[in-house]
Design a protein around this ligand. Sequence first.
Ligand code: ZN
Length: 281
Amino acid sequence: MRNFQNDTKALALNTATLGHNLPGYGAGWEAEKLVDACAERGFGGITFWSQELQTRAHAIGNYTRSAGLDVCGLCRTPYLTGSDAGSDDAVLQSIELAAELGADVLTIVTGGTHPGTKGLVDSQNHLAERLQNIAPIAEQHGVKLALEPLNPMFGGNRTCLMTVEDALNICKKVGSENLGIAIDVYHVWWDTRLGETLQNIPPTQIFGYHLCDWLENTTDMLLDRGMMGDGVADLLAIRRMVEMAGYQGYCEVEIFSERHWWREDPNLVLDTIVERYRNYC
Ligand code: ZN
């Protein structure tokens, strides 16, 4: 297991952690300012969100790389299932944006239950069918796709994948090398079968690992994520399982925290992340 005590090369920031870097919202920092702040603190990578890039994806990607950081990801495709599913064109646009940014991985939050159906099976089948068409297009653009299973409380309108096992089954069904999974501690911390699930998967199947914490008394399931060390998720145990499955990539801090961390000075948030990463992750 990697030792992060004196090494932040694998530390990445998901810009959602600062409430996104949109003017007048969250940190409100320009992308360049954010990149500089991460570079100064020894971060290795950044994951952006589509809405932050507008027409500047190429320039922001280049600026990030010139500062010595990787663009490890872009969030995300439109939903692929559920009432709010995006069109094929909208999905293609997100792939093109990831390519323009030079992001290694494009994250997929699947969307909820396929209209007119109940339960998960039909939705998962529909998801697999769409991915069979999408994965080759992403491959042509040099973009990897990461399916992120969500905590079951997000079923219905946000996801039809609730466990890592669900996501791996879809990968198996689709059978594309550029389709893998992202594991987020917020979504898997409760899963006592995670270690078992991750045994014997292909060592290159995990494309991302996301950090935050589950607060003992969470007040908002979407926007009250905790800072690492403040909650009840066994972060070291989860990382051990993920690394035993072959993952050696970035540990991306992704904290949606409307009432706490988004209101703090972004410099304090970034400093806290580095300290917690070294000692709790
Ligand atoms: Zn995540």
